[in-house]
Design a protein. Structure first.
Lengths: 424, 85
């Protein structure tokens, strides 16, 4: 097996190098990377209280991007909320990338978006709609199927932007943000496309089913101050704050990016997706440990090479401890490794979580600041880890590498490593 | 309800389903699809809104009757009258 691992390392290093050259996002506390990053460094969470159908008021992360910036009102009426998030993020990423869109061969562009789920919102809306008409299905909208097919968010992007290459979504529970990026990197390495729009998106705050499911699982976060409801690693954490959002990146092969003189934000260094194969909802730290180890091996790195670990922790009682156990297994004797968490600011953006959490850390390559995990009033001793950045950002000597964890139900684990471009 | 009232009912529905369109210059005798950006799904929306808001059913065989504001008014008037409107 050892030789097999070495072979994987060689295979990855012999494949085309993949770089990030653009980024667009919407998060509950920011509609651009600059705004998002500033709030992460300033310790500013933004969680609203919304009225959830059948369930009353609950904390949730709500995005307030300009929906008509890139879409006509008719497109908004016909499409989905997550389609709108996807279009906003993709268009913003395009602008950030500096691509001359009129000259891009649209048949060589792919769209790969990670989703935790899709169709719950639209289905619940229609069930509510026909309930106003005696549950007569002749009042069920003819827009239901195009709104709920699993490729909807990515397909809406292609229609809005005239992209004729491949598009689909990657269903990967809450590991989806990483999974979208990994899928895109693989398709670029295979030569299937030249440009990829990839990341993760979510509209999950608009479905009561997800709130009810977490509540009845004993995993829905609450606090009298909604901005403190999401508090990973805190001793008194009580569950997840559900949020919407999106982060979509422009990825391309390094040679193409260099040829067009693109600004290179980061390089994809390695990744791993594996499966617990143990439980539908309870995480498995042993498999998480293996996932991180494999991502490091494929990146040709040691644990000591990682400067920031962006944790997945969602503020559930057991899940946070399990991830900390996995990280302690890997990052022993790593004085330069700092660990943080973004959900403490914006809640759990579900399909967008991994992509957004990576995005908020990318500016560290330039400014050498590491944003903290906030809302820790009393650190849970079982979540104590050397390098955990608590409540206040810290300045470090250098940040060359980020490991981004994203895990999800049915035991899907993902670890994605990005590095500062130009670093060996 | 007059034919002009019915034309306004249809225009109000179109204003909701095609909010980017300028409806101030719609010619009642010209096919709606020839002067507005409307597709088959939009016409299904018109049918749905007539059903939801006014209890009016338009069988699929009669969809052609919704081609213009004038044809809408001619076709829908007896249906509205039958509803006592």
């Amino acid at each position: 097996m050892a030789s097999g691992h070495l072979m994987e390392g060689r295979q990855m290093s012999s494949k085309p190098r993949i770089v990030i050259t653009g980024l667009g996002l919407t998060a509950p506390n920011g509609n651009s990377l600059g705004e998002f990053r500033a709030n992460l460094l300033a310790g500013k969470a933004r969680i609203a209280v919304i009225d959830v159908r059948h369930m009353g008021k609950h904390p949730a992360g709500v995005c307030d991007f300009d929906t008509t910036k890139w879409q006509k009102r008719k497109e908004l009426r016909i499409g989905t909320r997550v389609g709108s998030i996807s279009i906003f993020c993709s268009r913003e990423a395009l602008g950030d990338s500096g691509l001359d869109w009129d000259k891009v061969d649209k048949s060589r562009v792919g769209v790969y978006l990670g989703i935790t789920e899709h169709g719950n919102v639209e289905t619940e809306n229609e069930i509510h709609n026909i309930s106003q008409f005696g549950n007569d299905t002749k009042y069920w909208t003819h827009h239901h199927n195009p709104r709920t097919v699993a490729n909807n968010p990515a397909g809406e992007v292609t229609m809005n932007m005239g992209i004729t290459g491949p598009h689909y979504t990657i269903g990967a529970a809450c590991a989806a943000g990483n999974a979208g990026l990994i899928q895109a990197a693989q398709m670029l390495q295979l030569g299937e496309v030249d440009i990829a729009f990839a990341g993760g998106v979510s509209e999950s705050i608009h479905t009561f089913g997800i709130f009810a499911g977490f509540k009845n699982q004993g995993a829905l976060g609450a606090h009298e101050d909604p901005t403190k409801a999401s508090r990973p690693f805190d001793k008194n954490r009580n569950g997840i704050v559900i949020s919407e959002g999106g982060a979509i990146y422009v990825l391309e092969r390094l040679d193409g990016a260099l040829a067009r003189g693109a600004r290179i934000i980061a390089e994809i260094a390695g990744w791993c997706i594996n499966s617990d194969a143990t439980d539908a909802v309870l995480p498995n730290p042993e498999r998480q440990t293996e996932c991180v180890h494999m991502a490091l091996k494929r990146a040709g790195m040691k644990p000591q090479d990682i400067h920031i670990v962006s944790t997945h922790a969602t503020a559930t009682a057991l899940g946070d401890i399990q991830e900390c156990t996995a990280l302690r297994n890997v990052f022993t004797d790593c004085p330069d490794t700092k660990i943080n968490n973004t959900k403490s600011f914006i809640g759990h953006c579900m399909g967008a979580a991994g992509a957004l959490e990576l995005a908020g850390n990318l500016p560290s390559f330039e400014d050498n600041w590491v944003h903290p995990t906030i809302n820790i009033d009393e650190l849970d001793p079982e979540c104590a880890m050397p390098g955990l950045v608590i409540n206040h950002p810290i300045k470090v000597a250098r940040v060359d590498t980020i490991l981004n964890n994203s895990f999800g139900m049915l035991g899907i684990n993902s670890a994605l490593i990005v590095k500062k471009y130009g670093v060996a | 309800m007059t034919k002009d009232d019915i034309k306004q009912v249809v225009l109000d529905i179109i204003a909701d389903i095609a909010p980017d369109e300028d409806l101030t210059t719609v010619k009642p005798e010209v096919r709606l699809r020839d002067q507005l950006s409307l597709d088959s799904m939009d016409f299904l929306d018109i049918v749905m809104e007539l059903r939801k808001k006014h209890g009016i059913e338009v069988p699929e065989a009669d969809y052609v009757q919704l081609a213009s504001l004038d044809s809408c008014a001619n076709y829908l008037l007896p249906k509205f009258e039958a509803k006592g409107k």
